[in-house]
Structures are given as C-alpha cells and as structure tokens.
Design a protein around this ligand. Structure first.
Ligand code: FRU
Length: 494
C-alpha cells in the first residue's frame, strides 16, 4: 500500500528531478534523486541487481524528516532511480525512517530492517527520540511495513542500554542459516557499543550479547556498524560520533573505524587485533558493505562529513553523494580498499608518460579533466637526495585548485581544498601518515566532478573529499621541490 506521505515523496521527486541537469551532478557516484542524501542503506544484491537505498529528504537540500530513497545498478556505476521506498508514515517511525539494511527471505521477498524514530514527551516536559527497529518487505520496488512493527524495542535491551541511541541495524544470514544483526547503541557510561541480535525467521528478534564495547576509546555513540568475515579475519566497521584525534590516525568529529580481529562463531566472541581509520580524508562516513555474487566484499560510504555539510553557497537542488564502491581485502592485518574493477569499463583516452624527471612545476599535454582515473608512481632521482615535497594540483584554473601534497621526509600526505571555491569556514585539509620507500609512492586519483578520492599504495589508505569547484576548472599540474621521477597513466571516465 502506498501511503499519502510516500506518494507525496514519489510525486515530488519525479517532478523536481527534472530541474537537475545530468552535468550538474556526479556522473558515476550516486547522488539523491532530488534534495538531501546521507547514509547508504539496504545495500544488497536482489533479483539480479544491486539495490542501494539511502537516507533521503527529497524536499530540501538539508537534512529533514528521513525517508528512504532507492536506486538500482548492475555495475554499481550506472544507477537508475526507483521511487522512494519508505516514508515516515507510521506512529513508530513518524519522526524518521533511519538507517538500516536488507536481506532476501527464502520466499523471495526483500526484507528491510531499519530504525524507526518517534519523539516522546517525558514527564519533565522534555522531548526525546526513541529508536526502535522495524521491518518492511517488498519486491524490489514497493515495500510494505510489517504489521508486527516495531520488532526490537527498549524492552529487548539489557539494563543501562539507551533507547534514545539504538539504531542502524545491519543484518546478514549466518552459516547456520539464522539471521543476525549488529546495531549501534550506548551503554550507561555514555560511550558506544555494538549489540548482536539473532532471529530464526528474520521477523522475530532477540538480544544475544554486547559484541564490542567502545569503552570510551573511539568517540561516543557508534553509528552504522557492519560486521563480516574477510580473508579469514573478522571485520567490524563503525562510525563513531564526537571523536577526539589520535595522532594522525583519527580526526576530530565524526570518524570511521575499522577493527580487525577474529570471531568465534560458537561463543559469538570477537577478539580485537588491530584498528585503523577507514578513510583518512575529509568526507567519508557510515559505510555499508555487500557481498557481490562473485564473492567480493564491496563497501560504499556517504561521501560527506556531518560537520562540513552544505559548504556550497550556491544553492543546488541536491546535496550529498555516495563514495565510489570499493572492493575490500585484509592483508597483513590491515584493511585494503580498491576501486571496484567495473570502473575500468569506463576508461577511455589513455594518456601515458613514463620516467618524467622534473623539479618546480610541470604540466603535461592531455592531463586534465574532472572525470578521470589517474595513477602516479613517484620515485627520487637520487636516493641519497630525496625530493622535499611533491604536489599534485587538480580542478585547477586561474582561481581555483585542490592539492594533494607529499613530504617524504615527514611521510605526510595532505589533501587541501581551501582554494576549491569554498566560502565556508569548514575543514579544508587533512594530513595522513603514509608508507613509502625513500620517496617511492603510488597515488591513484579518481575525480567525478564534485569529488576526489585518492588511493595510496594500491589501496593501503584512501583520502576522500568533496569539492564544489566550478566545472570549468579542469587543469592538472605537478610541482616538486627537488628532482623527482614520475610515471603517469590517465584515463577519462566516460
Ligand atoms: C549516521 C546517522 C545514523 C542515522 C542516520 C539519520 O549518519 O546519524 O546513525 O540512522 O544518520 O539520518
């Protein structure tokens, strides 16, 4: 049944998406059909296609009453919008259909498990959000909310667990055929934790245990958990709010954390071994993964930072975009991210330079563009006299540029968008420690009109940032303080 609220959203998006020209939005990164987008939701492979839902407020380019937008794709790069899937049209989700995930039931239905938010007025007159887990099932186009909603409430939680911060279920089917879900929550100490739940049929859920406590280590509330096996290790992804910085690893504000360890399925215990940031740039949050039919673990994140939203002073009819889908692997205990291989099908107009030796500034014929995939391999000319600083400038013209710079003597890589056209006092740069052998480093930059994603050393680290620079600024230039030797391979992404 399509309710009035859902029908309104569907009519609105169909009418107003027409105001957004193709070239005014990212090309192969998913952006909202119209209005506002945040977290990826319900990332799944269903009936021969990838489905990606998203936190959605169609009526404005700012966060509002949350709906679920919906798009499908066969290659995760060419997206087709479907009508909005969920609207906040029930008493238990009247204040928002928050983040969640999807699985396929044995009878072929697609099940969405999401957080329903309903404000409650307390005895002292104050108002709080109560968060409960809810279900909708459907056929990949239309979804019906389950009559038994909500399926998990404060009554299912152990003492001390917050009912105000209880959200973002990620569901999967275990090897034992049962369904499991990890959900973000806060214990009495105000820190964060990931709770584990179980269900035999996907509808009737029960609490199992605290899978991973934060204990004040990484920020406060842990949002949008994901939990999966990868390369014989177990990986927990979480997005903590209100982080304090830790060296160059974690930054202030909302961040992303990857904890790698081992998992004992019998006792459901997760042993932590290693932790790291998922993305070391400015804009990346709330990632969610899917297992592709050919066995790849693919992650997509919201290419945005809550503290730097709506930095553009030019009012567009859309705001928010997804990251490039990234293939994940674990090597030597670290998370690696690789742009999905389907991106190579978009490669055109190869331009290649090998062994270019230079100092000061350099421009290379054919190296420009705002929708490109470019790999640089850098090395010193003289190992006993390594260059001081290398910089790559892109989205450049007489007024604007965004820069990536690398200082081998400090092992620091920096992304800086302060000259990208931003007129806002938000974060414009991030620095990260990187690995290199005496100035030898590999950088792969992917641009898609309004974003830059930089993959370091074949996916060892990624730095992502949005840029709202005028599309006419498509120049690229190189700079080096000291002699550097460089290979460049560049493709247009068409
Ligand atoms: C993360 C988040 C989620 C929540 C959603 C609301 O970005 O805060 O925890 O479900 O956004 O839109």
């Amino acid at each position: 049944m399509t309710t009035r609220l859902l029908q309104e959203a569907r009519t609105y998006e169909e009418t107003f998406e027409k105001n957004i020209k193709r070239e005014e939005r990212p090309d192969f990164h998913l952006s909202p059909r119209v209005g506002w987008m945040n977290d990826p939701n319900g990332f799944s492979f269903y009936e021969g296609e990838y489905h990606l839902f998203y936190q959605y407020y169609p009526y404005d380019s700012h966060w509002g009453l949350m709906h679920w937008g919906h798009a499908v794709s066969r290659d995760l790069l060419h997206w087709k919008y479907l009508p909005a899937a969920l609207a906040p049209d029930e008493a238990y989700d009247k204040d928002g259909c928050f983040s969640g995930s999807a699985i396929t039931l044995p009878d072929g239905r697609h099940l969405l498990l999401y957080t329903g938010v309903a404000k409650e007025t307390l005895e002292d007159g104050s108002v709080c959000d109560v968060q409960r887990q809810c279900i909708a099932t459907g056929d990949g186009l239309n979804y019906e909310k389950y009559a038994g909603n909500p399926v998990l409430t404060e009554k299912d939680l152990p003492a001390g667990c917050s009912r105000i911060d209880f959200r973002d279920p990620k569901v999967w089917q275990g090897n034992d055929g049962r369904y499991y879900a990890v959900i973000g929550n806060r214990p009495a100490d105000g820190s964060g934790q990931v709770l584990l739940f179980q269900s035999l049929d996907g509808f009737d859920w029960k609490f199992l245990k605290v899978l991973c406590p934060n204990q004040g280590r990484y920020g406060k509330m842990w949002e949008c958990p994901d939990f999966f096996e990868l390369d014989k290790k177990q990986v927990l992804l979480v997005s903590p709010q209100d982080m304090l910085p830790q060296g160059f690893e974690y930054h202030n504000g909302n961040g992303t954390v990857c904890i790698i360890g081992s998992y004992d399925d019998a006792s459901k215990s997760f042993q932590e071994e290693h932790n790291q940031a998922i993305d070391y740039g400015i804009d990346f949050y709330a990632p969610q993964t899917v297992l592709s039919p050919d066995g790849r673990r693919i992650m997509i994140g919201w290419l945005q930072n809550w503290d730097a939203c709506n930095p553009s002073t030019v009012q567009a009819s859309w705001f928010g975009q997804m990251s490039l889908p990234r293939e994940l692997s674990v090597k030597n205990g670290r998370l690696y991210q690789h742009p999905i291989r389907e991106l190579e099908n978009l490669h055109q107009n190869e331009v290649r330079y090998t062994d270019v030796t230079f100092t000061d500034t350099l421009q290379l014929s054919g190296i420009r563009g705002r929708k490109i995939d470019m790999t640089l391999s850098l090395r010193p000319v003289d190992d006993s006299n390594v260059y001081q600083k290398f910089a790559l400038r892109f989205a450049q013209d007489g007024n604007y540029h965004t820069a990536v710079s690398f200082r081998p003597h400090e092992s620091i890589l920096k992304i800086d968008r302060k000259f990208s056209g931003s007129r806002r006092a938000v974060i414009h740069q991030r620095r990260s420690l990187v690995r290199h052998q005496n100035g030898r480093i590999k950088l792969r930059l992917i641009l898609d009109r309004f974003s830059a994603e930089l993959f370091v050393n074949d996916g060892e680290q990624v730095l992502s940032a949005t840029i709202y620079t005028d599309q006419m600024a498509e120049g690229i230039s190189f700079f080096s303080n000291g002699l550097v030797n460089m290979d460049v391979v560049k493709y247009d992404l068409v």
